[in-house]
Design a binder for this molecule. Sequence first.
Ligand SMILES: Cc1ncc(COP(=O)(O)O)c(C=O)c1O
Length: 463
Amino acid sequence: MVKQQCEQSGTRPEAEQGDINTTPARHRYWERNLSGEARRWFEEDARHFLHQGLSTPVLNVIVKADGAWLEDLNGKRYLDMHGNGVHNAGFNHPEVVRAVKKQLDESMTFCPRRFTNIPAVRLAKKLAEITPGDLCRSLFCPGGTDAIEMALKLAKLVTGRFKTISFWDSFHGAGFGASSVGGEEHFHGGLGPLVPGAIHVEFPNYYRNPWGFTREEDVDAECLRQIELIMRREPEMAAVLGEPVSANPVVPSKRYWEGVKALCERYGALLIFDEIIEGFGRTGKMFASEHYLTPDILVLGKSLGGGIVPLAGIVTREKYNICQDRSIGHYTHEKNALSAAAALSEIEVIEKNNLCDHAAHLGARTLERLREMAGRHPLIGCVMGIGLHIGIDLVRDRKTKERAVREAEMIMFKCMEKGLACKTIEGNVITLRPALVITREEMDWALDILDGAIGEVERGLNY
Ligand SMILES: Cc1ncc(COP(=O)(O)O)c(C=O)c1O
């Protein structure tokens, strides 16, 4: 039914998303890689979960996640380049596990809403210390979608307005509010009207933009011109919401975000940065905002919970502490002590092991190697990224930049079979977002596999 609707509407999830459950290559992967007990659990999973384009049926069954690695039921190990963004300190970091166990042993795990507890207070205090500028007031919730929606509600209450500007192709979560500001048809389609007032614009993509500009200044100027046009004509603008660096990942210039902030100030809107993926060292600084400027509201999630427990939240300025008569995030797990203990430990691990610097240095070296590979592989149209947040845009033709969707999928599955778990987005962009504890040797090994897989597909050795 949904498939039929997609076909009728012209939506092509495999091209928008990549890495989906319905392609022939995915079926081939299952046939080649699932047997015995793994197949039995895979089938049970598929029998009992609601099916979705991006999760069930799954790729494979894993039994362990530690450091930068996953292990499947047959004992095969995968260096994971995705980790859903929760694995900045590595999966199952022993210190985070110890902190969670200690908290359990202290019998202080859940905190009813009308009370507080010491780990939660310590976490809010720690975030006030480490987040950029004068951000100092936190509010927590279980997931990123909820945190995005708290940020939107806060901006609407602060400004007394309801419209928002966000970006096409972005993802901010699957809830109604979060998918309204998200820019992907995959999450909008078939639902009828979403939250009103959500206006979308182009992200300043220097490699792919609808105007064919090649100079960053021109892309920035046009993107800013469009935001200003909307702000002038839509005086009810509450906020601009975006990831400082997009998921593909396009890395905008400082000039661009400064321009957006100036427009927000001129037209009375707040700037919200979604750092659910990029926070906690991913881009080579503790927060991606530090490459640019301090937003009015910073949204955090994923790695905040240490990759063990779900936790997300917002951090904002003192002057936006204005909700005394309302509740914008009335979540049962608002001050969950176990989650707070995990988060404090995760932050300590990142700080103690200089994982931000490691991400910056290893990321720069990885980009250099990928650019060298681009010199040999015509399939590589562009290499983008910052820190350990890297994307490889694969094209059939460097002039037309036609997206090499099928090729990207074949490369992904070839890598998977060799023990490198990478993911595609937008159909043709292979993303590398490993745990920040990944070593230089592990990254070299991963790049060798990727290099080989790209070469094979270029030579017609299909998957
Ligand atoms: C940038 C971004 N924002 C928000 C979310 C939503 O987070 P959650 O899945 O915890 O609701 C995600 C999840 O992938 C994300 O990548």
